[in-house]
Design a protein around this ligand. Sequence first.
Ligand code: ADP
Length: 219
Amino acid sequence: MLKKQFAVIGLGRFGSSVAKYLAGMGYEVLAIDESEERVQDVAHAVTQAVSADSTEEEALRALGIRNFDVVVVAIGQNIQASILTTLVLKDMGVPFIIVKAQNELHGKVLGKIGADKVVYPERDMGLRVAHQLISPNILEHIELSAEHSIVELKASSAIIGKNLKQLDIRAKFNCNVLAVKRDGEINITPRPDDLLEEGDVLVIVGRNDQLTQLEQEYA
Ligand code: ADP
């Protein structure tokens, strides 16, 4: 199977980190920024790095951007350039466009003009940090929808020494324990009578309000 090819437009903190990670994982990455300095900063780490203004259709065409499977638009401050770039990419028929939004309104516009996925890295990281401050036992939080999430809950003293049957999480909170992580291993078929130990991490899916109740009970 052919490996996916990626292009990243805008090499600020977010874009350059996406580009470097993908290239590090062995994918072909074209990195684009109008600033020659930014281009030079990532050139050593990616397949190809070029300086171009992504709002100019001709420049993108010359780079063969249509042939990339996924294009990430990581232009932050300049909302106009971000929107124009997305529009141009969409018109050119790029199969999948992911765009970083500055705020909700920007994200809404991006969705309307056909961005396939809109991400809000600052907002999401802010929520994550805040959530961790309130619930230090929550190691990970993955939003599945506006109402449902998967969390990784570190076993507190209220959990250690008990088994899943005793905790009765499904009946009490309508949440499901998907897996138990222990010493770097993941048990995806935890049994009701397995005793939970210090250091265990429970991977739980449920509705957000019920997960919050569960977190409070086992804080
Ligand atoms: P971050 O918050 O991720 O650091 P920035 O907004 O600082 O993001 O960076 C966005 C990058 O996008 C900058 O390096 C900027 O030069 C680049 N950029 C902005 N407009 C264009 C454009 N029209 N074409 C190409 N690159 C652009």
